[in-house]
Design a protein around this ligand. Structure first.
Ligand code: RFL
Ligand code: PHB
Length: 392
């Protein structure tokens, strides 16, 4: 087999890259280790920045998102039993976010790839990358029991944090930066109509809680928990009691209780690898960087990376220019580090830490009061939350 770009991983980064390359007339093959059903049902992020929505729409991938996505113009911060609204749209000159599940974005992109007859292999195994520092790299994999080889010109490593792409780079060629937080999120998806039109981020002395949603019938909720939390200790009743204790507020608003469809623990990590390139291998999305979910940036960064990569590859094939490919890593890292800082800021401010001194927890409350009262502080939060404009 032969193609121009082999893409490892069919998450948001890999799938979107394959579509953007098709639109630029560049051939690609996507290799995914899991099944189509697994990729379409994996519940993860839910907040799309304006720029992500625009990118998907311009690529012709946005019609169901336009119909079913929920456009939000603000978020709420709940602390000291009071809700404070941050008016995202007023503070950012008209920008908004769209709540539409990552698995829905993935479903739409897989359906479109099949419609356009883009080569996309699920359930592959034993993927390995070769000759990365030559201009003829190749990829080995096994599909339906048969070992195969694809010769190509570039490889995009879009296989997430635990994929093989980053590990295919010699350790001496990479610098990594990491922070592990002393807490995690217990997330649930509940069959209950959302009782608030916007997301509610709650700081409570018992711990952080987040109210979000997936549709007019599905509420998504998270609770700060221990990183090694045992889900067996969290029967549904305990989850609801804890959520209601943390969302307790003066006007009596609470999420509605419903049957819990999914329960899971998400670790909290910040991670960046530099550079995001090794020879003809380009890393994108979670393969290169991780943010804690508090800033809702994970999937949006994956989209931003592959926007840059698709334009750079298009310039290579269309105009014979390699300056954009050479700048890929530094272009992406500028946005990545901004998102890293914002996610770290939101995470620290909103999570009381049981390891911190009472002094540090007082500082967090002071910061929340400042963001709720000061136009300048709220604007800083809003501008980062809706996503900074793309440089192009
Ligand atoms: P993905 O989505 O992880 O996709 C990578 C794909 O690569 C496949 N893969 C391989 N394929 C071939 N060969 C191999 N050797 C492979 N190894 C792995 C995987 O099966 C997968 O299909 O990365 P991508 O595309 O970069 O997208 C990034 C986003 O998925 C991610 O940033 C966010 O979902 C992060 N995240 C969350 N972000 C939020 O903003 N809010 C959340 O609530 C939230 N929840 C989450 C999350 C990430 C999670 N992970 C990765 C542990 C919950 C979880 C559980
Ligand atoms: C979600 O709906 O899953 C979600 C929303 C906002 C976040 C993180 C996750 O900051």
């Amino acid at each position: 087999m032969r193609t121009q770009v082999v893409i490892i991983g069919a998450g948001p980064a890999g799938l979107l890259l394959s579509h953007l390359l098709r639109l630029a007339g560049v051939a690609s093959v996507v290799l995914e280790s899991r099944s189509r059903e697994h990729c379409e049902q994996r519940i993860r992020a839910g907040v799309l920045e304006q720029g992500t929505v625009d990118t998907l729409t311009q690529a012709g991938l946005g019609s169901r998102m336009q119909r079913e996505g929920l456009v939000h113009h603000g978020i709420e911060l709940l602390f000291e039993r009071t809700r404070h609204r941050i008016d995202l749209t007023a503070l950012t000159g008209g920008r908004a976010i769209t709540v539409y599940g990552q698995h829905e974005v993935v479903r739409d992109m897989i359906a479109a790839a099949i419609d356009h007859q883009q080569p996309l292999y699920f359930d592959v195994s034993a993927v390995s990358l070769h000759d990365l520092t030559t201009d003829k790299p190749w990829v080995q994999f096994t599909h339906e029991g048969i070992a195969q080889r694809i010769d190509c010109e570039f490889i995009a490593g879009c296989d997430g944090f635990h994929g093989i792409s980053r590990d295919s780079i010699p350790a001496a060629a990479l610098q990594t930066f990491e922070r592990i937080y002393p807490y995690a999120w217990l997330g649930i998806l509940a069959h209950a109509a959302p009782t608030c039109d916007e997301l509610v981020y709650a700081h409570h002395e018992r711990g952080f809680a987040l109210f979000s949603m997936r549709s007019p019938e599905l509420t998504r909720l998270y609770l700060q928990c221990r990183p090694d939390e045992d889900l067996a200790q969290w029967p549904d009743q305990r989850v609801w009691a804890e959520l209601h204790a943390r969302f307790d507020n003066a006007d009596g608003w609470l999420p509605a209780i419903g049957e819990i469809a999914q329960k899971g623990v998400t670790p909290m990590r910040s991670f960046v690898c530099e550079p995001m390139q090794y020879g003809r291998l380009f890393l994108a999305g979670d393969a290169a960087h991780i943010v804690p979910p508090t800033g809702a940036k994970g999937m949006n960064l994956a989209v931003a990376d592959v926007r840059v990569l698709s334009k750079a590859l298009a310039a290579h094939y269309r105009d014979g220019r390699d300056d954009l490919l050479a700048a890929y890593s530094s272009t992406c890292l500028a946005r990545v580090w901004r998102a890293e800082h914002f996610s770290y800021f939101m995470t620290n401010m909103l999570h009381p830490s049981f390891d911190d001194t009472p002094f540090v927890n007082r500082l967090k409350l002071s910061e929340l009061r400042y963001v709720a009262r000061s136009d300048a502080a709220a604007r800083m939060l809003a501008e980062n939350y809706v996503g900074l404009p793309f440089d192009d």
